[in-house]
Design a binder for this molecule. Structure first.
Ligand code: FDA
Length: 311
């Protein structure tokens, strides 16, 4: 995690339309284009090929069809219909049935009811097909609605649904026992968004301290928690904690992003831990890509290098 100012700078760039246009033109143009380090491809077939390769190395995966902040119900409806085809393609391919999605892709900015209805339209075939569906957590204006939609659908019987909590937010201390109490599966992350000091920790050390406490709580009280981090110190602490407490390796999993710390993904797998790789794909990759640069400005160097080498 980097300091708040750099995070804010990349969030500002993510909203720049000219930059988005330029990046979208060159970022995925060839097999070596810069965005391919973090994005599996623009089509579901490319994503499935990546998922298959990941599974071939003994890891599991969750596929994320990229898209967020849609401004009309028509776009939300189209994204929901796309999910139907994606579920079919995953079933036909035989790769693991696990997807991650964002509620603003399903219309949350336009109508909470529409987003809920769209998610239900995805969950019905997903449940019948044995899929696990994770709602990603977006920035803090959406936290309440996301948890409400999650709880509503959970109470309807969609227990194949999980959610994400962010250690950076002060409120997570209260949200965590609330969601754990339902028996739902939680993915714990530090938080990818720039948040104000009134509601969120700004220093890496403070976020890490919260993460460690929440991780221990999840490992002892949670239902198959996902520890989503590339932070080697936190991962070592998790390994030491489960060993001390006698928690079996199949009671939780680590999760990491496609293209980040592949070395650590492989070494954890060799040690017998479950590792799930989050595999994003689709044409709307720019905001996701910019968040990855914002987490680690050194990544900008590799983008520039690949731009120069492609000329
Ligand atoms: P931290 O940022 O402290 O980084 C620790 C180390 O990891 C770095 O020193 C570096 O080695 C490596 N690293 C981290 N990010 C990197 C990058 N982009 N490129 C290269 N190396 C990097 N957030 C959110 O708000 N809502 C969500 O739903 C999700 N979902 C999600 C799913 C999964 C599977 C993961 C792994 C992460 C998320 N996140 C997320 C993102 C998360 O909140 C956080 O921003 C990133 O994971 C980076 O934080 P770390 O925990 O890795 O630690």
């Amino acid at each position: 995690m980097i300091d708040a100012a750099s995070k804010a700078f990349f969030h500002f760039l993510a909203r720049n339309e000219s930059l988005k246009h330029l990046a979208s033109k060159y970022g995925m143009a060839s097999d070596t284009s810069f965005a391919r380090r973090f994005i599996a491809g623009e089509t579901v077939d490319e994503a499935i090929a990546v998922a298959r390769a990941i599974e071939g190395r003994g890891l599991s995966q969750t596929l994320d069809y990229l898209g967020e902040s849609v401004a009309t119900l028509e776009e939300a409806d189209a994204a929901t219909a796309d999910y139907g085809r994606i579920l079919d393609a995953i079933v036909a391919s035989g790769v693991g049935r696990n997807i991650s999605l964002k509620l603003t892709q399903l219309g949350l900015d336009v109508s909470t009811d529409a987003a809920l209805g769209n998610l239900r339209r995805i969950l019905e075939p997903a449940k019948a097909g044995g899929f696990f569906v994770r709602i990603d957590m977006e920035n803090s204006p959406y936290t309440d609605q996301t948890l409400e939609i999650f709880e509503h659908l959970w109470n309807e019987g969609f227990t194949n649904l999980g959610v994400v909590l962010q250690s950076a937010l002060f409120r997570t201390a209260k949200d965590l026992p609330r969601v754990v109490g339902r028996g739902a599966r939680i993915r714990l992350v530090k938080g990818a968004y720039k948040e104000d000091a009134e509601i969120a920790y700004q220093r890496k050390a403070d976020v890490d301290e919260e993460y460690l406490m929440q991780m221990e709580y999840l490992l002892t009280h949670g239902n198959f928690p996902a520890l989503a981090t590339h932070d080697a110190a936190i991962i070592d602490a998790a390994k030491a904690f489960v060993t001390r407490q006698g928690i079996a390796k199949d009671r939780f999993e680590f999760q990491m992003l496609y293209g980040v710390r592949r070395d650590l993904q492989a070494s954890l797998t060799r040690e017998g831990y479950g590792v799930r790789v989050y595999v994003p794909f689709g044409r709307q990759w720019f905001p996701y890509f910019m968040r990855r640069l914002g987490e680690r400005p050194a990544n900008v160097g590799f983008v520039l290098k690949s731009l120069v080498s492609e000329r």
